[in-house]
Each structure stands twice: as structure tokens, then as C-alpha cells.
Design a protein around this ligand. Structure first.
Ligand SMILES: Cc1ncc(COP(=O)(O)O)c(C=O)c1O
Length: 372
């Protein structure tokens, strides 16, 4: 960036970086060509309602389950929405205090009531989870255990297990959205979740690990839920995007996906390091945990109450920083309480250069000092 250009940074868009998509482009191009050449009308015709069989076979193997328990479709959000559709209307669902905002909106479409439970740096507050179940008799819990959206928290395996046990005790579905599991940049690997006959239900997406445009996700369900889900799928959208699924099956099967994940982790690591170091320098104590992967972190600015929110966001925009209040991501029942604690901002980093991130966080600190 030349000195004459004003620096800008957009913390709003949780999108893969352009260079990652450029790197993917020839692989995807080749992959789609191969899909059509290999499978022809099989992937151009109706069919495979629960997903392209070769992809379900690969995913079944990956999670150690019968492929009949896999439903592959058009993205993680579609899978979540189908699960919400499977629950009785107006069910109670427990979620993390902050979660993926679209999940909150989509659950409301089915009349589901959400109850938020506090997060800790290790995962979910277990006593809070038990209290929420006692109060609501919820039908399900939905959580994002790996590099959580939006807090960046990575649950410990022990915490995940405790959550699963509480769900079992209350006979509720435990739905883990694992879409950020492979995106760990600190050189370590996340311990995968073991799936048993009862569950937990896993939902995942290739949006962040391959591309949002290709739009593919899947879920792992208990076998007894498959007949009802198959009916819902058939009545909702018939088949998913089959050329995409054929491409992804081959991408995984050939080892290309694993290689691409390695590239992504290397690309995003310096960005994550820049974010962590800038947050540590300028917003110590304002974010829940150092980020080890994924796409997000949040900060809460105690000195910016609701009345100063608009002035803060305008001053940030004036400086060239794209941020917004993240209230949509807060569980509805906890929103008012959270709002009393100051402005909440979601930060996303993979699409930004390290120096941009450093500059942006420093500039945000200046804005905060001038408005707060
Ligand atoms: C936690 C979580 N789940 C699901 C999704 C949506 O995935 P898809 O684009 O595959 O619907 C996202 C996307 O940002 C996400 O953050």
C-alpha cells in the first residue's frame, strides 16, 4: 500500500482470503471438469437426495460411521436449518451466549426459543448448561466447539465431553458445528469428536476450508433420525448440488484437500499472530481468549455504552475501519445484559494482511480512547 493511499481494514467480512481462492481456482476448475467427465448425467440429473454417494462414503470413513448416517447438502447453514425443521415447532434450544448470528435468526423462523449459556476460555459453563436444561427442558443444544464463531474459543476435549454428558442426561440432541475444526494455525491439531450411536450430531461446512461459492456442508445424524430427515430433505430441496459434491469427493480422496488445508493454515497463521499480538497490546482483558485458529475473535469495550455506539462506529468508519456492533450474535435472552457491559465487536482476520490487522487494531484503540 503506497503512503498516499489511506489505510483501511474491514473486520466485518468473515470470508476466505482472495489469494486462497485464487490458489483454489485451477484446482476447482479441474475438479468440476473431472466431475462432469467422470459422472456425466449422474451429477446433472435429480438423485442422491442425502448427498452424492462417493462423498458420503468418504465422510462416513472420516467420522467412523456408516455412510447412511451422513447427509451432505448445500452448506452448513442448510444442514442446521434442516435440523431446526426436524424439531417440533417452538422447541427450546440451548446455545452459547454468543453464536453464529444466522443460527439465531433461522431458529426463530421455526418458533424455537433460544437460551444462552456463558462461555469460558475452556468452552461452555457446565453449571450454566445444567441450570438451562433444568429451566427449559430444551430439546437440543447447539455449539461451535472449534475456534468458536464469534469468540475464537477452542473448547477443551474434556469440556466437550461434559457438554455431551449433560445433553445425554437431559435426553437432548447435542449438535456440534465443527466447521472450523481443520483451521488451526498454531501448529497443533484439534482432537476430533467421537461419534457414537446416540450422537452427538455433527454439522460441518466446506465454506471456509474450500470456498463459500461451492457451498457444500454435511451432517452426521444418529441412524434413527435418518428416515425423518430424508423426508424433510426430499420435501425441501430434493437433490443437493451434485457436481460440487463430486468435485469435493475427488478433492478429498486424492489428497488435494489435505494439502490445501496445509496451505490455508500457513497463510492464515501470520494473520492470526498479528491479531493476537495487537489485541494483547491494545485490548488486554477485552477479548475472551487468544485465537488459535478459525476466523474470528470479539472484543467488548466497557467504556463504550449503547449511547456512544453510533459515535464510535462512525469515528471508526471515518478512519477506514469496518466494524459493527455484534448484538445479532448474542443469544436473545442475554442481549440486554450484555449490552450493559459495553460495545461488542466481532473481528475477522483471514482476509486481512498482518500489517493491516496491526494498524486496524491500533486505530480501533485510538478511536476507543477518543470516544470512551
Ligand atoms: C459456525 C458456522 N456454521 C455454519 C456456517 C455457514 O456455512 P455455509 O456457508 O456452509 O452455510 C458458518 C459460516 O460462516 C459458520 O461460521
Amino acid at each position: 500500500m503506497s503512503n498516499s493511499q489511506q489505510k483501511t481494514v474491514n473486520f466485518l467480512r468473515g470470508v476466505p482470503s482472495e489469494e486462497a481462492l485464487t490458489k483454489l481456482s485451477p484446482l476447482a476448475s479441474q475438479g468440476y471438469r473431472k466431475a462432469i467427465e467422470n459422472y456425466g448425467t449422474q451429477v446433472l440429473q435429480y438423485g442422491h437426495f442425502n448427498g452424492f454417494k462417493p462423498l458420503r462414503d468418504i465422510l462416513g470413513k472420516m467420522h467412523g460411521v456408516d455412510p447412511g448416517r451422513i447427509v451432505a447438502g448445500n452448506g452448513g447453514m442448510e444442514m442446521i436449518s434442516l435440523i431446526f425443521k426436524m424439531l417440533p415447532l417452538n422447541s427450546h434450544i440451548i446455545v452459547e451466549e454468543m453464536t453464529y448470528d444466522r443460527v439465531i435468526h433461522d431458529a426463530a423462523r421455526y418458533g424455537h426459543q433460544l437460551t444462552g449459556v456463558k462461555l469460558t476460555p475452556e468452552g461452555l459453563d457446565i453449571d450454566g448448561l445444567k441450570a438451562a436444561f433444568k429451566k427449559t427442558r430444551a430439546a437440543a443444544f447447539y455449539g461451535i466447539p472449534f475456534h468458536q464463531n464469534p469468540t475464537g474459543i477452542d473448547y477443551s476435549p474434556e469440556n466437550r465431553e461434559m457438554v455431551e454428558n449433560v445433553c445425554l442426561e437431559y435426553d437432548a440432541l447435542c449438535i456440534w458445528d465443527i466447521c472450523y475444526e481443520p483451521l488451526r494455525y498454531d501448529g497443533k491439531t484439534n482432537t476430533p469428536i467421537t461419534v457414537s450411536d446416540w450422537g452427538p450430531i455433527l454439522v460441518s461446512s466446506f465454506t471456509k476450508t474450500i470456498s463459500p461459492g461451492t457451498k457444500c456442508g454435511y451432517m452426521v445424524l444418529p441412524e434413527k433420525r435418518i428416515p425423518l430427515m430424508t423426508k424433510i430433505v426430499a420435501n425441501t430441496r430434493l437433490n443437493p448440488n451434485l457436481p460440487t459434491q463430486a468435485f469435493i469427493a475427488d478433492f478429498i480422496g486424492s489428497g488435494g484437500y489435505q494439502e490445501y488445508l496445509g496451505y490455508l493454515c500457513e497463510l492464515y497463521k501470520p494473520r492470526m499472530d498479528a491479531l493476537n499480538s495487537a489485541l494483547n497490546s491494545h485490548f488486554e482483558g477485552a477479548y475472551p481468549a487468544a485465537v488459535t485458529g478459525g476466523f474470528f475473535s470479539v472484543i467488548q469495550l466497557h467504556k463504550i455504552p449503547v449511547e456512544k455506539e453510533a459515535a464510535f462506529l462512525a469515528a471508526a468508519a471515518e478512519k477506514g475501519i469496518g466494524v459493527a456492533a455484534a448484538w445479532d450474535a448474542v443469544a436473545p435472552d442475554l442481549r440486554a445484559e450484555k449490552q450493559k457491559q459495553g460495545l461488542l465487536i466481532r473481528l475477522t482476520f483471514p482476509a486481512c494482511e498482518p500489517d493491516q490487522l496491526q494498524w486496524g487494531i491500533t486505530a480501533l484503540k485510538d478511536v476507543s480512547a477518543s470516544i470512551g
